[in-house]
Design a protein around this ligand. Sequence first.
Ligand SMILES: Cc1cc2nc3c(=O)[nH]c(=O)nc-3n(C[C@H](O)[C@H](O)[C@H](O)COP(=O)(O)OP(=O)(O)OC[C@H]3O[C@@H](n4cnc5c(N)ncnc54)[C@H](O)[C@@H]3O)c2cc1C
Length: 368
Amino acid sequence: MQQHIAIIGAGIGGLSLAWALHKRGARVSLYEQGAIPNPISSSFDEHRITRHTYGGLSGYGALMPLAFRAYEELWRDLGATHYLPTNLLYVARRASDWYEATAGELDAMGIAHRPVSKAEIATRLPMLRQEGIAEAFEAEGAGMLFASRIVTDLARWLAEAGVALHPHSRVSEVDTEAGSFTVNGERRSADVVVIAAGAWLPAIYPAARPRLTPSRQVMLYLQPPVELATAWAAAPVLVDQGVTHGGYILPPRGGTRLKIGDHVFTRRGDGSDNRIATPEDVAAVKTAASEIFEGFERYELLEAKVCYYTVTDDERFVVEPIGARSWLLSACSGHGFKLGPVIASGLADAITGKRDATEVTAWAAGKG
Ligand SMILES: Cc1cc2nc3c(=O)[nH]c(=O)nc-3n(C[C@H](O)[C@H](O)[C@H](O)COP(=O)(O)OP(=O)(O)OC[C@H]3O[C@@H](n4cnc5c(N)ncnc54)[C@H](O)[C@@H]3O)c2cc1C
């Protein structure tokens, strides 16, 4: 008999799991509290970074070739490629062993990389502050995933494939043993229930606290000064590691706007909070931006976008069975978009009995 899987949450996690399960012959019902896709989900934004370089988070570098392959399969199904390869330039403003740690991993994957001199940065990337740069390197195999285009097309693909999409359907009271739950006041059930609720996951499954914590993050969309437009239009994705910040910058390419964020978790707030950026939200990213950009005061602030994700201390995916008939699927860091489809494919294999559940849990945590 055809297996029936209910998925709660239509971010990249839930949508790509629905895609992978449908392709494996399962019947899927996808429940989303808002529109599908939901503009306030973590997955709905102009862009997200993808790369092979991983540095400290051991085990994930090895997953990246698979992550790229999963996206290639997705582009074939969607009939469109929502990815722009740009390379990634890593700038360290403090003593760092990231290049050393990463170079071997990149060599093993056949990804080209090279150190970049301060002189090259001065001519090619005049938007960066020169002071304090300790080292820089550039790697291929990296670029921008156009996130909102991807989730929009995935939702369209699922609808056309006949997957049951339930927008404006808030799920509560999940019985993980029975595989049942309440949606808009009505009790329903499935063979397996997957909670892929992003920053709302601890609200729906309180036992996940305090290990899984929602974190309020802010990204600034900026208009660069006119004289830097050409340099920005050819810029790679940038990661700038300072003493107090972990800045990541997406250049204004492929019809998107320039964006900067800081990979420092606030661990504040809750998924259901409002998305109106406060001066406090914006201050820390502005400080990071002024340490990274030469003449930051010349940039116009177009938008301060609030986004929530769920984090854990070790920043590893949580893909774990709970009860007899349920799973948790949570990215737990700022790498959930690039790994979304590959992790979802692994979970789809476990749910349909093609892979061992315990092995998939370890694999998704980068410990496979
Ligand atoms: C500032 C920021 C920068 C990031 N940068 C990167 C990056 O560069 N590269 C990268 O790979 N990743 C990045 N990420 C991480 C990535 O965006 C997330 O890990 C990923 O989008 C999470 O997807 P998700 O499906 O788990 O959650 P979400 O996209 O948040 O989706 C969860 C969905 O569940 C729904 N939901 C919740 N509760 C219920 C309920 N009770 N009933 C029904 N539906 C419900 C929500 O409405 C939501 O639509 C970043 C994240 C942030 C916040």
